[in-house]
Design a protein around this ligand. Sequence first.
Ligand SMILES: [Zn+2]
Ligand SMILES: [Zn+2]
Length: 455
Amino acid sequence: MLRIIRTLYGDERRRVLYYRHDNRPIDRLRGSCRAWGPLVRRMLFFLVACALAPPCAVRCEARSQAAGSAHSEKSAEQIAQRALEHAIIIDTHADTPQMMLDEDYDLADPQSPYMISLPKMRAGHLGAEFFSIWVSVDWPKQDLIHRALDLVDVVYEQVGRHSDALGLARTAGDIVQLHRQGKIAILMGVEGGHQIEGDLHALDIYYRLGVRYMTLTHTKDDELGDSSTDSPRWNGLSDLGRRAVERMNRLGMMVDISHVADKTFYDVLEVSQAPVIASHSSCRSLCDVPRDMTDDMVRALAKNGGVMDINFYSGFLDPAYRDAHQKIEKEENAEVEAARRRYEQEGKRFGYAEEVTIEHKYESQLPTPSYQRIADHIDHAVQVAGVDHVGLGSDFDGINSAPRGMEDVSKLPDLVRELARRGYSEEDLTKILGGNVLRVMRQVEEVSHKMKPEP
Ligand SMILES: [Zn+2]
Ligand SMILES: [Zn+2]
């Protein structure tokens, strides 16, 4: 605890690196330093939160195989409508907190340029969002927890500011209760094991603050294990990683295997006593990228009882987009960097919205897949894992290209209609849209209760 408080008072005049995109690093300079007032407020918030918290503790052919025979347009519309009315749609990954923290982005902004906003969540029938507490792997090492706590703080701040529409959920039961009240449940997941700074006690603190999953790595190997986008350092999960998984099981925090290397994934399955999740990963057999999961991994995850939440990033869904994007990536990055430098020379801040404008110019030249490609990945995962092990993990606001027709969270009902057209029943849709994640959360809670006897 004391070490973390010292971290909170760490060097404020620091170089800050932003990596907004899931797979593409971007550096930025943040010129201003913060005053002590907000810092003290954040520290008080952190201490109060700790004190108040409970004790520690695919296409047509595949389509019909996965979902039964296709429904007529009319019955599909009826099934989709019923699912939208009754199911709790849970998205397990969105990176919006960065915008909230760095640009004072308010979720209620009716002119929001981002993929997640309150009006868009309402239009999309969203029941629960897991906001990502994500700090770049290149952030100053002694300041990772500080930045993560700042992100947790802005999530609390937004939930408090819009308490008529949002509520913080700590359990599966909370999500159901908030849904009954007509509110959207907000949850948090820490994206990247580097954000515990090698100290397992940080897991307890994140848990007390409401964090309900941690992704073991981000884009680089960390103290807990190897990443899918780095060369092997541990040959899978490290000893500390094994102890982290055990501690997360005990706390009741879901273990997220998105981003980890294949070997790390299999090691986690050997260690974890509870089902695990892939909060934002798609199918490698449909798009060969290391961030996606092989069919063998998907099967193993199902055997473990876990859930794989399909990532909406065009580059993880579609090989044609992936290849075309690789060709223009350098030029696009160079233009973003040049614009950033220009803004800095003019003494202005280069914001996420400016960056998105440049990206759109490049993205518009690419063969962006249709949102139906998301349904292809869901179909494939259902074929391989079964309908009880697939969900949604959009990665909204962490990606620079979402499929056509799925530009933001408001478009989710179109995906529900597409799945109904492909033959999914209302019961199947209820599972895929959020029921499977709720089930895993409940199982993780049960394992925690068993491992942690009442004091
Ligand atoms: Zn990610
Ligand atoms: Zn993310």
